[in-house]
Design a protein around this ligand. Structure first.
Ligand SMILES: N[C@@H](CCC(=O)N[C@@H](CS)C(=O)NCC(=O)O)C(=O)O
Length: 202
């Protein structure tokens, strides 16, 4: 399997999932700024949409979209408990979280990374994120992980997007459960391995 990723981007979420799953894979950098692969070829030939992550299976099948990719990885190794069994309410709860993180958090950070975004729009984006993060903070009250006791692929995705906060001025001081979750997930050996592989550890 091959994971196309850009250091620190949302592709860190499936990168974490692959390490948590203990699967063999090759991580191929496809930097978001250049869309150029290490062999000099154009990443658009792999993903016409240009974005990471993308997972390529050994038979050449390609899967896009982070929430789909992490569930695929989790289902390859059910003994690791990275996602509840398909068809259960718990699985829909996981999908509820993955969709929330994708649409309410991940895409909420987007304008903050764009130098062309006017300051008042950045302020509006930060305010909106503050509200969404306050919701997550409440949901994490008394819980170590989003789904309860066990780490799931949703926790790796939440970690990935919350990790951007410092870079784009999103204040986490009002959401202590979110920062505690971030530290808890950061301490996992698989997460450390993914961060190291992406050159994100000092
Ligand atoms: N809908 C996609 C969005 C992925 C996405 O936003 N990727 C960003 C990095 S976090 C990217 O590759 N941006 C560069 C580009 O769009 O060319 C998913 O959920 O996987």
């Amino acid at each position: 399997m091959k994971l196309y990723y850009s250091p620190g981007a949302c592709s860190l979420s499936p990168h974490i999932a692959l390490h948590e799953a203990g699967l063999a894979f090759e991580a191929i950098p496809a930097p978001t700024k250049t869309h150029q692969l290490p062999d000099g070829s154009d990443y658009y030939a792999i993903n016409p949409l240009g974005y990471v992550p993308l997972l390529e299976m050994d038979d050449g099948t390609r899967l896009r979209e982070g929430p789909a990719i992490v569930q695929y990885i989790a289902d390859l190794v059910p003994t690791r408990n990275l996602a509840p069994a398909n068809g259960t309410l718990a699985r829909y709860r996981l999908q509820e979280w993955l969709n929330f993180i994708a649409t309410e958090l991940h895409k909420g950070f987007g304008p903050l990374f764009n130098p062309a975004t006017p300051d008042e729009m950045k302020k509006a984006a930060r305010d909106k994120l503050a509200g969404r993060l306050a919701f997550v903070n409440g949901q994490l009250d008394g819980k170590d992980y989003l789904a309860g006791e066990h780490f799931s692929v949703a926790d790796g995705y939440l970690f990935t997007v919350v990790n951007w906060s410092g870079r784009v001025g999103v204040d986490l001081s009002a959401v202590p459960n979110v920062t505690a979750h971030h530290a808890r997930v950061a301490a996992r050996p698989a997460v450390q391995a993914a961060l190291k592989a992406e050159g994100l550890l000092k």
